[in-house]
Design a protein around this ligand. Sequence first.
Ligand SMILES: *[C@@H]1O[C@H](CO)[C@@H](O)[C@H](O)[C@H]1NC(C)=O
Ligand SMILES: *[C@@H]1O[C@H](CO)[C@@H](O)[C@H](O)[C@H]1NC(C)=O
Ligand SMILES: *[C@@H]1O[C@H](CO)[C@@H](O)[C@H](O)[C@H]1NC(C)=O
Ligand SMILES: *[C@@H]1O[C@H](CO)[C@@H](O)[C@H](O)[C@H]1NC(C)=O
Ligand SMILES: *[C@@H]1O[C@H](CO)[C@@H](O)[C@H](O)[C@H]1NC(C)=O
Length: 396
Amino acid sequence: MANFVYCCFSLLLLLLIHHCFPSAEAAAVYNITDFGAKPDGQTDSTKALLDAWAAACGSAEPASTVYVPDGFFTVGQAVFTGPCNTNGVTIECDGTLVAPSDYLVLASAGQWLKFERVEGLSIFGGTIDGHGSSFWANKASDSGCPNGAPSLYVANSNDVLISGLRSVDSQLYHIVIDGCDRVRVQGVMITAPGNSPNTDGIHVEDSTNVTVAEALIQTGDDCISVGPGTSNLWIENVVCGPGHGISIGSLGKGYEERGVENVTVRSTVFTGSMNGLRIKTWGRPSDGFVRGVAFEHALMQNVRNPIIIDQNYCPSNINCPDQNSGVSISQVQYTDIQGSSASQVAVNFNCSASNPCSGIELRDIKLDYDGKPAESSCMHANGTASGTVVPPSCFL
Ligand SMILES: *[C@@H]1O[C@H](CO)[C@@H](O)[C@H](O)[C@H]1NC(C)=O
Ligand SMILES: *[C@@H]1O[C@H](CO)[C@@H](O)[C@H](O)[C@H]1NC(C)=O
Ligand SMILES: *[C@@H]1O[C@H](CO)[C@@H](O)[C@H](O)[C@H]1NC(C)=O
Ligand SMILES: *[C@@H]1O[C@H](CO)[C@@H](O)[C@H](O)[C@H]1NC(C)=O
Ligand SMILES: *[C@@H]1O[C@H](CO)[C@@H](O)[C@H](O)[C@H]1NC(C)=O
């Protein structure tokens, strides 16, 4: 069944990547080569891309398209700002946008491709290559190194579609959705080495009504991470690994924090990842919360922590004054989670002593530890189990 899902999904991904380019008739089309961009991998095409955006965004037509033809276009920091005159702008991309070879250009700017305040944005196809490797090496050896730049950052925008995009080797996060409503990210393929630092695949925060569907994500950090202020998030058909899994959190770093509510994660496959389905909070006072989460139909293949809630996050053990998380976690359902754990504790609810986890539901769980029996661990966690639950639940 899982293999079947995986095959169908792979096929779907290919179909999406190869056949999902809409016709651009009826809309004004701005070809970036007409603005001086060169597909030679050398020429700085930043200004050409921004000029094409300005033309498309300012167009008097009802809709407009920026077209990036086949080829390698070197592009530095580029901020695409709305609101636009049109009802929507499409970026149709057959080519590859390549980060400048000097990683400091983006790392110092803290951003690469950023969309801000755009109503109706569609991005179809294309590859963005953040060329992160020299940045990661420097980050490891130089404590004064800047934080780096996420590759694609969509901020304060509504009605956004990102379809068939490939993102490779970002310095920092690959795709960030922040402060948005009604976003669909579909058929994306995200790859970075398993040991690359903080290269999260997709990060969603302060956003509502976001869907992520049919994604293949291999990174050095979370495949998908969910930050504060996220509600009505739907994640479906995601293949993850290597990476740190699909993670709600880290939450509760600050005291005043918007909660996370109504998240569904359905039909996922995790391969060799550090975590599968994770909720993670700082061991610090906070008024944040997580409630109404459904994790359904997941296949774990050699995953270190297939099911984990960790409320004790405190890197280097500093800045966590009482080590109890203030984030309340409730109504979390796990249904049909199967496969193999790479550690003995396959189900780990390590909740807060001051805010115990409540209303956890386990239904049809079948996880082993490399063919041997696995274990569950509960700290300050309560809930119910139904159907076959292996390893058996450890609720009060
Ligand atoms: C865009 O410009 C390139 C280079 O001039 C050309 O090959 C291509 O056909 C153009 N495509 C469109 C859709 O205008
Ligand atoms: C999100 O979707 C829901 C349900 O369709 C809708 O009621 C809501 O207005 C949307 N946006 C926000 C910001 O909640
Ligand atoms: C929960 O989110 C889904 C979309 O992910 C939406 O369809 C549904 O209406 C939301 N439920 C509530 C109670 O807001
Ligand atoms: C729970 O968290 C504490 C604090 O980080 C840690 O010492 C302990 O090993 C964890 N328990 C399990 C079962 O992972
Ligand atoms: C744990 O949850 C069950 C079912 O919701 C409830 O009956 C029980 O009283 C709870 N136990 C504690 C100690 O909260």
